[in-house]
Design a protein around this ligand. Sequence first.
Ligand code: HEC
Length: 113
Amino acid sequence: MRSENFLKKVSRYGGSAVLLCSMALLGMPQAMAGNPVNGGKVYNQHCKKCHGVSGKSTFPGVADFSRGEGLLRADSELLKKIRNGGGMMPAYRGILKDNEILDAITYLRKLHR
Ligand code: HEC
């Protein structure tokens, strides 16, 4: 009886470990390499009016993405920033999905070459 219970626990634990692993595998590539083409669409629609064509902001004091400014942080940090907004930037939580924001971040990183 006892060992049977133990086995059940192990298999339950093992099951969730497998689940976690496959979630990580499915989630990671998307988080690490967004789609820049879709990101460009998101950017043109939502971000260009402030951050400008090719990331050259028209607002004084705002990072110039075409010079790689403001992008020296991990995607997860930038994601947080864009979700929460700040200053004059609107919060995009609820407006854009995380993967759309990550696509836009990938696009921003490509503006600086
Ligand atoms: C209404 C104008 C406006 C729009 C629209 C806008 N932003 Fe911003 N953004 C700003 C301003 C102003 C700041 C600087 C404010 C701050 O850092 O708190 C900023 C800061 C940022 C930063 C951080 C830069 C840094 O130096 O820390 C990122 C990244 C960013 N915006 C990306 C985006 C993306 C992606 C979009 C579109 C989904 C977007 N922004 C839409 C005005 C805007």
